[in-house]
Design a protein around this ligand. Structure first.
Ligand code: SF4
Length: 356
């Protein structure tokens, strides 16, 4: 079959609501035009979210430490152990940041950090208990899978036991960071000291089994092929078929400034194409976020016509992407305006995507 006929057949499947295969998703990424991909992403999004609402959350990123022994070559945020600029935030400072978030009406924090060689599970248990006692309604969206694998290793624990202890100390949900591309060839090129693809998925599967929800992410536009991007989506989709634990998918593009890896960054069109194909392929994930933090507010709004139904977080503080040279800021009124400008109804949500 000629390429156009095959693309049309895939388009028919999307119209019918039939699941698209990995091979078909690669064909879409390779050959379909941008506007058709946008229409497909938008169609799937409108089927899942019929009332024209686009959600967002008021929360804050807190990076409790930048000390890290994973040495990922795409990361401009970390400092190696014993570096002059390494820090571990004092708990009082973390509390002050949460208080500021509370004053702006937010009760969730996204707490993530480097792989600090000296922080064992007791540090997190103590921190979580203290934060929960200072702020009883706080939602702790904390510790991406690679951090949890690191804690398991330095604390010499088994994963189920570590997750159980973190949950009992106050962990509410798990952010999907550190997935990059869930293909080990890619991970060996970017982050050879970080957990494997299977370990990332194992943490999520165990978290879901213990009743914790999580997000799934993808950072693309570096050393991966289009087929590897789709392989990543396939692994996420397979796990979601088994557990249903992912609340949302968030894809963003690699930011190259100040990184050891360097190189070019994905274009806006590449971002939008990937967003639309992710929406079509991940038919079992309800919510897809726009990445205005890497793309800027205007492309963030445009993403809502390519399959995204969520504008993510107000990001009162962002340290990781900004360390790689990209600084975009939107507070709540700007997010609301951007959603309205794109023709949708803005609504605040919590981590479960329940509207507030
Ligand atoms: S991406 Fe995370 S794990 Fe990798 S070097 Fe940066 S802080 Fe460490």
């Amino acid at each position: 079959m000629r390429i156009r006929a095959r693309l049309d057949a895939i388009g028919d499947k999307v119209l019918d609501g039939t699941r698209v295969s990995a091979e078909e998703a690669v064909l879409l990424l390779e050959h379909e035009d941008l506007t058709t991909l946008g229409a497909m992403g938008d169609l799937v999004r409108r089927r899942k979210h019929t009332d024209g609402v686009v959600t967002y959350i008021v929360d804050r990123n807190i990076n409790y430490t930048n000390v890290c022994n994973a040495f990922c070559n795409f990361c401009a945020f970390y400092r190696p152990p014993n570096h002059d600029e390494g820090y571990v935030l004092p708990v009082e400072e973390i509390e002050a940041k949460i208080r500021e978030t509370h004053d702006l009406g937010g009760n969730q924090i996204l707490l993530q950090g480097g792989h600090h060689p000296k922080l064992k599970i007791e540090y997190y248990e103590e921190l979580f208990r203290r934060l929960k006692s200072s702020f009883p309604d706080l939602w702790l969206h904390a510790l991406s899978p690679p951090e949890i694998v690191h804690i398991v290793r330095v604390s010499r624990l088994e994963l189920p036991e570590a997750l159980r202890r973190l949950r009992e100390a106050g962990l509410d949900s798990v952010p999907g960071g550190g997935a990059e591309i869930l293909v080990d060839r890619v991970r060996r090129k970017l982050a050879k000291n970080k957990c494997s693809s299977q370990e990332w998925l194992d943490v999520m599967e165990e978290a879901h089994r213990q009743g914790l929800r999580s997000t799934a992410t993808m950072m693309f536009g570096h050393v991966e092929t289009l087929a590897e991007r789709v392989e990543h989506l396939e692994r996420v989709r397979e796990l979601q078929d088994r557990t249903g634990g992912f609340t949302a998918f968030i894809g963003w593009t690699y930011q190259s400034e100040n990184t050891e890896l360097g190189g070019r960054e994905a274009t806006t069109a590449e971002y939008l194409r990937m967003l639309a194909v992710s929406r079509v392929f991940l038919d079992n994930i309800e919510n897809v976020q726009a990445s205005w933090v890497t793309q800027g507010p205007k492309i963030g709004s445009a993403s809502l016509a390519f399959g995204a139904n969520d504008m993510g977080s107000t990001m009162l503080e962002e340290n990781v992407v900004s360390a790689a040279g990209t600084v975009h800021q939107m507070l709540e009124p700007e997010i609301v305006a951007a959603i309205r400008d794109a023709g949708f109804i803005p609504m605040r949500r919590n981590m479960y995507y329940e509207r507030l």
